[in-house]
Design a protein around this ligand. Structure first.
Ligand code: 4NP
Length: 157
């Protein structure tokens, strides 16, 4: 029996990259048959209450996942004890998370692409000012990383 794990993915707006990371990791957990709590948040609250960017919705749908029910939200200090793992999509947001991390935090903090061999220390590029091809790149990155993170947390499969 695996202990209940929970993972929170964090980007800036919570409408492009972290919802796609949440979707890809949820797909990976479903594939493995694991009941893991998965969510996403932004370091900003700019898009709180909004659904994902339409390009993220489209790319997720292309890859077989409907994320239309997702809603943007800003990370809170409570999240640092409500989740086991907080995973940043880029280095700027990792820095912001380190800065706001409360002293009693229990969540681990990591960078998503550190779980992909050869991509350590890299950012998932912000596709917000790009086009649909940039969102496809985001999907590729977060899918690779979802598999790598799953291996890191739960072992080879
Ligand atoms: P995300 O992308 O951090 O991947 O959700 C962005 C979304 C919105 C903005 C920037 C990045 N924005 O400036 O509103």
């Amino acid at each position: 029996v695996t202990e209940q794990q929970s993972v929170l993915f964090v980007c800036l707006g919570n409408i492009c990259r972290s919802p796609l990371a949440e979707a890809a990791f949820s797909v990976e957990m479903a594939r493995r048959g694991f009941a893991v709590r998965v969510d996403s948040a932004g370091t900003s609250g700019w898009h709180a209450g909004e659904p994902p960017d339409w390009r993220a919705l489209k790319v997720a749908r292309r890859h077989g996942t409907d994320i239309a029910h997702y809603r943007g939200g800003q990370i809170t200090q409570a999240d640092f004890s409500n989740f086991n793992h907080i995973v940043a999509l880029d280095l700027e947001n990792l820095s912001r998370l380190r800065a706001m991390r409360p002293p009693n935090a229990t969540a681990s903090l990591s960078l998503l692409l550190d779980f992909v061999a050869g991509r350590e220390g890299q950012a998932v590029a912000d596709p917000f000012y790009g086009d649909i091809a940039d969102f496809e790149t985001t999907w590729t990155d977060v899918s690779l990383a979802a598999a790598g993170l799953a291996r890191h947390l739960f072992g080879t499969e």
